[in-house]
Design a protein around this ligand. Structure first.
Ligand code: SF4
Ligand code: SF4
Length: 276
């Protein structure tokens, strides 16, 4: 299996993937069926998480307040629907050429209710949409930051994921040990609506990794006009805060303090941010 893992790693590099992690089945034990990837493929053994960066430049127009559409294309819709989808599908070909089934999954919102009835008693009603936040942490490539955003070591919150479940038992990626988020609270301070609490927090435990996350008033984020967007796939899904003021402020902080690997010659923010 080590050789297969190496083959996947080489493929990922050539396919321009920025993040890659392997989560063994046991890290999902106890996770409710509707959020669990192995409800979709019970004979699976490993979840592979593939990530591509949201390039910093795709957030430029939002930071300036002059262009919102290109983030929605390059940072979200095309990134998920085209660039990542192609890489994810091509990874299934690598695995299936080696005789292992590979089930590709799109990051549909876990919050979406079932869209049908169970095909037989004892099975979950379709569609089951696994929890990508849980899986990214379980695959050792991410943590949940204080803001509730999913952070990697290299890009902080700037990436999106697709998933492949396979029946190949691949060596696990260790859980991320060191925290990227330093709990500076700038995300909370920058939010004009006070949607991220500085005093009320939740302890999130994923596969034994415990993270402190600020309580978030999602209703405020759904109405936020500071770069946030509604969930494009389901009204009940989490709003997209990638380009929101809170997250752009966080990105500035992570870069300034060199808390992430992908830093730049010039600062992201050079003047007071616009606020509505
Ligand atoms: S702004 Fe600070 S506290 Fe908030 S998520 Fe970013 S690093 Fe963590
Ligand atoms: S999306 Fe808007 S309302 Fe929600 S935390 Fe960020 S800035 Fe505040």
């Amino acid at each position: 299996m080590k050789a297969l893992k190496q083959k996947i790693e080489v493929f990922a590099k050539e396919a321009g993937m920025d993040v890659l992690g392997f989560a063994p089945k046991e890290r999902f034990e106890g996770l409710e069926a509707r959020r669990n990837p192995f409800t979709v493929f019970p004979e699976g053994e490993t979840v592979i998480m593939l990530g591509k960066r949201v390039c910093r430049g795709s957030l430029r127009g939002v930071e300036e307040g002059s262009n919102f559409g290109d983030y929605a294309c390059f940072g979200r819709n095309w990134l998920e629907d085209e660039f990542l989808a192609l890489a994810c599908y091509d990874l299934t070909r690598v695995l299936e050429d080696e005789g292992w089934e590979a089930c590709p999954l799109f990051p549909n919102p876990t919050e979406a209710p079932a869209m049908g009835v169970a095909v037989t008693p004892g099975k979950e009603a379709p569609n089951v949409y696994p929890d990508f936040t849980y899986a990214a942490v379980a695959a050792g490539v991410a943590e949940v930051a204080y803001s509730g955003m999913v952070f990697s070591k290299e890009f902080g919150p700037r990436q999106r994921f697709h998933m492949v479940i396979t029946d190949a038992k691949l060596p696990a990626t260790p859980l991320l040990e060191q925290s990227v988020c330093d709990r500076c609270m700038q995300c909370a301070d920058s939010c004009p609506y006070g949607a991220i609490s500085k005093t009320e927090q939740n302890q999130v435990n994923i596969a034994g990794k415990v993270m402190t996350v600020g309580k978030l008033d999602e209703g405020k984020c759904r109405a936020c006009k500071n770069g946030a967007l509604p969930n494009r796939l389901h009204a009940k899904g989490q709003p997209d805060r990638m380009a929101a003021l809170c997250n752009r402020t966080c990105i500035c902080h992570l870069e300034e303090e060199r808390l992430i690997g992908n830093v730049f010659e010039n600062p992201f923010r050079t003047s007071e941010p616009w606020v509505r």
